[in-house]
Design a protein around this ligand. Structure first.
Ligand SMILES: N[C@@H](CCC[C@H](N)C(=O)O)C(=O)O
Length: 290
């Protein structure tokens, strides 16, 4: 048997198994299998996937995220807040503001600290990409996808697409409790119009400053929260004239609230909590199938 030390953390119930690659080594070719294995609630630990905290040549540290199906994502908002908390509390960084490298670029995290513990994290998530080719979505490359008609499975919908370094589509609903998360979510995720798949968000507008939000995540299904998805929902809501640019919007997710602002400088800032659940040693057999 092989083993590694892990920390389980969550941001608003979006939980991952975090492995500190400053101290541990995992074989690259086995990472998808390890993600599937740790995520399994019956035979593993139970999580939405695996996050690696890695050394970086461009920043004090780098985050890599694997969904529970083993696919690698390029960004993770809830993961970034947990990685920032871990990095500060474990002395990987000493400053309260620092850069984290992701597969979609560098982001800046700022931690709020009380009694040596990180209580909340603000991440400058950068500028959203809105061109269809950046989502990516098939069709005219440079066009934005805002309130575009979208037919699927015999139904007609309207959706807006936003990249926060990873792909998102937003559907507005009248009542979040009746959002078709588990029926429409998986169909849209794997629709061929999205060559890399897509994270699917349902949003009910409460007022100009508040949104209700539910998500079907690419590679993980229903999760309690999606940080990049909540940022995409705020951007989509400005583009659709439902909320104002430069104003803080509170997004109510299944696991709690995030405060998000799409600034006039083009950058999206997300603030929210990060929690440590437990630490331990994980035993696995190794190999590409876990
Ligand atoms: N839960 C995340 C996003 C994780 C990656 C996503 N499923 C993808 O494949 O793009 C978040 O908090 O942003």
């Amino acid at each position: 048997m092989r083993s590694f030390s892990f920390t389980k953390m969550h941001g608003l119930g979006n939980s991952y198994i975090y492995v500190d690659l400053f101290r541990e080594t995992l074989p690259e070719e086995e990472l998808p299998a390890i993600a599937r294995s740790v995520a399994d609630v019956h035979t593993g630990i139970g999580s939405d996937g695996l996050i690696l905290i890695c050394p970086s040549e461009k920043a004090p540290l780098k985050m890599r995220i694997f969904n529970s199906d083993g696919s690698e994502g390029k960004n993770c908002g809830n993961g970034l807040r947990c990685v920032a908390k871990y990095a500060y509390e474990h002395g990987i960084v000493r400053d309260r503001t620092f850069l984290i490298e992701t597969l979609s670029g560098l982001v800046e995290a700022r931690v709020a600290v009380a009694d040596g513990e990180v209580t909340s994290v603000t991440v400058d998530m950068g500028e959203p990409r809105l061109e269809r080719s950046a989502i990516p979505m098939v069709g005219p490359k440079a066009e934005r996808v805002v309130a575009e008609p979208f037919a699927i499975a015999g139904g007609e919908y309207e959706m807006t697409a936003v990249s926060m370094g990873n792909p998102h589509v937003i559907f507005y609903v009248d009542d979040i409790r009746r959002a078709p998360v588990t029926t429409l979510g998986p169909l849209v995720e794997k629709d061929p119009r999205f060559p890399e798949g897509v994270n699917v968000e349902f949003v009910e507008v409460v007022n100009e400053r508040e949104l209700h939000f539910r998500v079907w995540e690419r590679g993980s299904g229903v999760t309690q929260a999606c940080g990049t998805g909540a940022c995409a929902a705020v951007v989509a809501s400005v583009l659709n004239g439902k909320t104002a640019r430069g104003e803080e919007t509170v997004v109510h997710l299944a696991g709690g609230d995030l405060t998000i602002v799409w600034g006039h400088d083009g950058r999206v800032h997300m603030t929210g909590p990060a929690e440590t659940v437990c630490t331990g040693v994980y035993y696995y057999r190794g190999g590409r199938n876990g």
